[in-house]
Structures are given as structure tokens and as C-alpha cells.
Design a protein around this ligand. Structure first.
Ligand code: GLU
Length: 466
């Protein structure tokens, strides 16, 4: 049997990191079993769904590389299908029109609450066989079985049993003829051939209702895996009100998509004590049965650590494309610069935890005018450092082949003739060339900045104190 999973977000806000984890688990499960992964936008709630939110979902999955198979499905385009399926259920005696007014239902509800009972529909219209005309307001309800129980054998939660007597006669079509969540989901899983539903455990209580609907349609329900919530760093439930960052904000902060996925896969799933996973390793090792049952909390420190590990693994030949936009936004044109961004990355990656950090710390390699940090200038460009700097400048003009090695030799020669420590020359040179005191090794920094820019910056530094 081919495995088919799906991700079925409602486009009502940001795609936050907790929801992305559910998408990732479904995606991994499909990829692991050489199956298909579908994307379905659950936009039947017209008031709360927006095209902007749908676009955010699509862009986020695209950025993360969680590609979907087949056509993207919008529930809003399938309204006629849901109505037809509801009609079929009515015809088969498994659903019915209900014309109970809001006032009646409200009164029923408060009476039940007064008696300490769980509010539920009292089946008034269940056996009436009503066929309302178009001017009458009605809903369509599912005839939930009256007795027996439903067993959910969940891949994550284990066996959960629900008594049918606790389940209501669910509304499947609303007065405005749109389907409710539980109904459209069942129709869609059937039509899309979904075999495994991996979703948030906030939907576990919906599952027995959905299983009853599958049965009514003569279908075997898919397998379910209900994944615990992701909690905030403070241990609170991540709700939309929490203003949780959209996953695209992580992109804008310079995180790598593969690092986000690695972080998320470890949030509530483990494989021994392995922390760093490539995408291929995740696909190979992911096992839904090992998803933890208890909720996991976000840990921003761990995310940045994982990102740094992936930064260090990043192929330098990808860095141009990955960082171009961030350089552009800073007004730094790497394309017309003679300095190789790939080599700068090799030199910088051990101290760059994010792409943004890499870009911000590498500006001076690519621009004509650097900015000086005042306190570094005062500390390192002094009367005492003038002479060694001058000597280093003239030693550089003698270098015929501009290599890291020859630059190093020139540095050492100046250090020795002046009887100073290496740092007493390296730091002034660093401030002169980068504006501050942090850069890769000074010889490689000098080499990458290039001869003419290095000489010009040394001249400028030597003039600073005048
Ligand atoms: N649309 C639902 C949600 O965003 C998900 C439903 C499901 O996965 O079954 O919560």
C-alpha cells in the first residue's frame, strides 16, 4: 500500500514553528516510505481565512523545502462535492436535515447545563425525514451511532476509546451550505487517498467523529498520529495570540531552512543522542512511533546552536545565493566585488551563527568605505603603532605574489624588527582594515581584502591620528 500523508493548515494566520513541525513529520513519514505528501488548504471558514495567509503557508513550505506532491487542494473549491456527499449520506439514512432554531438550541443547552449535563443535541429532527425548502434555514447533521464505542489506535498516543453515547449528532453542513471541519476532512482524506494523518493532538477528540463518518461512507479510516503541542520557551501552549514568530521571520533572521527542520525534528522526536541531522538522515531515520507523547518546549539557544552547526557544514558554493538578499538589504553589492564571497565565508563560518551574522561581520570585505569603531581606533591606532604599520605597508608593496603566506612572512618580519608581540601589529592592522578588532586570521583577512584596498586603508589609518 502506498503511503499518502497530508498537511492541512487553515489559512487564518502565520504558519508558526509548531505547525511546521506537524508538516515536517507528515512530510518525513511520506518521504521515508516513498509515499506522497499532499498539501490541502482548509479555507472553508470564509470569515477567518485569507489569501495572504494561504500565500504565507505556501511560501513558508517552499522556503523550507517541504515540497508537496500532486495539485494543491483548496477546500473552498470543493464546496459542491461536500454538498453532494452530504446528500448521499441523507439518501442512505445516515444524515438528516435539522431545522431547530438557534433559540431552541440555546434553551436546550442552558437547560442541560443547569442539570449538570454535557450540552448536546437532543435528536429532535433525527428521524423526522425533513426536506426543507430553500427559504427555511437548516443544517445537515450526521446520525452518529447511538451505542458502542470507537477505538482510535494512535501511532503516538496509543489506544484511545470513545463511547458513542458521548458523541453528538455532528453538524456536517452549516446554514450557509459550507461544510464543517470534521466532514470536509473525511471527504478529502477519502478522495485524496490519505493513508496516514499526522496532526496536532488538539484534533484527537475529533478523530472518533471522523472515524464514524469514514465508516458511514464505507471507508476504512486512515491511520492517525496525534502529535503533542509545541510549548513556548516559558512552557505555555503556543497559541496564535502568543504572537509566535512566523517561520519566515526565522528566514529573515538568517536561519537556514535545514537547521530549522533539524531543530524541529528533534523537538519531540529523537534517535539515540544524535542532534545534527541532514535532510537525508532525517528521511532515513524518522519513525513516527518514536514521536514523544509529552509536549516539547521551544529552546531558542538550541536553535541557534543547531543553526551554527549547519552553517559550518554549508557548502561555500551555496553561500552567494543564500546570502545575496541579506547583502543587498545592507546595500552591499557582492556581485561586482572582486572579493570572493565563498572564500570570505570559509574564513568566517566558524564565527557566524546565522547568515545575518555572517553578512554583518563581512561587510568590510566588500565595501570601499569602512566604518571605524571609535574605541578600537583610540586603543590600537596610536603613536606607538604608527611605525610598525608604516613598515608593514612598505613590506606589502614589495610582495610580488599576494598570498596568505607571503603576507604572513611580511607580518613576522615587521614584528621581529620592532621587537613587539604579534598582536601589537595584528590588532592595529585589523582596525585599519576592518574598522574593529574582530576578523578572521589577519593574514587571510589582508589577502582577501586585496592589495590596493589594503594599502589605501593603511594610508587612511596612518592619516587618522594626524
Ligand atoms: N485545518 C486544521 C488546523 O489547521 C488541521 C486539520 C487536520 O490536520 O486534520 O488545525
Amino acid at each position: 500500500m502506498k503511503v499518502v500523508t497530508r498537511f492541512a493548515p487553515s489559512p487564518t494566520g502565520n504558519l508558526h514553528i509548531g505547525t511546521v513541525r506537524t508538516a515536517l513529520f507528515s512530510w518525513l513519514y511520506a518521504r521515508r516510505h516513498s509515499g506522497e505528501f499532499y498539501l490541502r488548504i482548509e479555507d472553508t471558514d470564509r470569515q477567518r481565512s485569507t489569501p495572504e495567509a494561504s500565500k504565507l503557508i505556501i511560501d513558508s513550505l517552499d522556503w523550507l523545502g517541504l515540497s508537496h506532491d500532486g495539485d494543491l487542494v483548496y477546500q473552498s473549491e470543493r464546496t459542491a462535492i461536500y454538498r453532494e456527499r452530504a446528500r448521499q449520506l441523507i439518501e442512505a439514512g445516515l444524515a438528516y436535515h435539522c431545522t431547530c432554531s438557534r433559540e431552541r438550541l440555546d434553551a436546550l443547552r442552558s437547560e442541560q447545563m443547569k442539570q449538570g449535563l454535557k450540552p448536546r443535541y437532543d435528536h429532535k429532527c433525527r428521524e423526522l425525514g425533513l426536506v426543507p425548502d430553500q427559504s427555511t434555514e437548516y443544517v445537515i447533521r450526521f446520525k452518529n451511532p447511538l451505542d458502542g464505542s470507537v477505538v482510535v489506535r494512535d501511532m503516538v498516543q496509543g489506544e484511545v476509546i470513545y463511547d458513542n453515547s458521548q458523541l453528538d449528532d455532528l453538524i456536517i453542513i452549516r446554514p450557509d451550505r459550507t461544510p464543517t471541519y470534521n466532514f470536509s476532512v473525511v471527504v478529502d482524506e477519502t478522495d485524496m487517498g490519505v493513508t496516514h494523518v499526522i496532526r496536532g493532538d488538539d484534533h484527537l477528540n475529533n478523530t472518533p467523529r471522523q472515524i464514524n463518518l469514514f465508516t458511514a461512507f464505507g471507508q476504512n479510516p486512515p491511520k492517525f498520529g496525534h502529535v503533542p503541542m509545541v510549548l513556548s520557551a516559558e512552557g505555555r501552549k503556543l497559541s496564535k495570540r502568543d504572537n509566535v514568530a512566523s517561520v519566515l521571520e526565522y528566514r529573515d533572521m538568517g536561519y537556514l531552512p535545514e537547521a530549522i527542520l533539524n531543530y524541529l525534528v528533534r523537538l519531540g522526536w529523537s534517535h539515540g543522542d544524535k542532534e545534527i541531522f541532514s535532510l537525508d538522515e532525517m528521511i532515513e531515520l524518522f519513525d513516527a512511533e518514536k514521536i514523544h507523547r509529552s509536549p516539547a518546549s521551544l529552546d531558542p539557544k538550541k536553535l541557534i546552536w543547531i543553526n551554527h552547526q549547519h552553517m559550518m557544514e554549508l557548502d561555500a558554493k551555496d553561500i552567494r545565493q543564500r546570502s545575496r538578499k541579506i547583502f543587498d538589504d545592507l546595500g552591499v553589492d557582492i556581485e561586482s566585488s572582486p572579493v570572493s564571497v565563498e572564500r570570505v565565508f570559509e574564513a568566517q563560518k566558524s564565527r557566524s551563527k546565522t547568515l545575518c551574522e555572517f553578512v554583518e561581520r563581512s561587510r568590510y570585505f566588500f565595501v570601499d568605505e569602512i566604518e571605524f569603531d571609535e574605541s578600537s581606533v583610540q586603543k590600537h591606532l596610536t603613536e606607538k603603532t604608527r611605525r610598525p604599520l608604516q613598515e608593514f605597508r612598505s613590506a606589502l608593496t614589495e610582495i610580488s605574489e599576494w598570498t596568505q603566506e607571503n603576507i604572513h612572512t611580511a607580518l613576522v618580519a615587521v614584528v621581529e624588527t620592532n621587537g613587539i608581540k604579534f598582536g601589537e601589529l595584528a590588532q592595529p592592522v585589523r582596525v585599519a582594515l576592518t574598522g574593529g578588532t574582530v576578523s578572521p586570521g589577519i593574514d587571510v583577512t589582508v589577502e582577501l581584502i586585496g592589495k590596493s584596498r589594503t594599502l589605501a586603508r593603511l594610508d587612511r589609518a596612518l592619516g587618522l591620528g594626524e
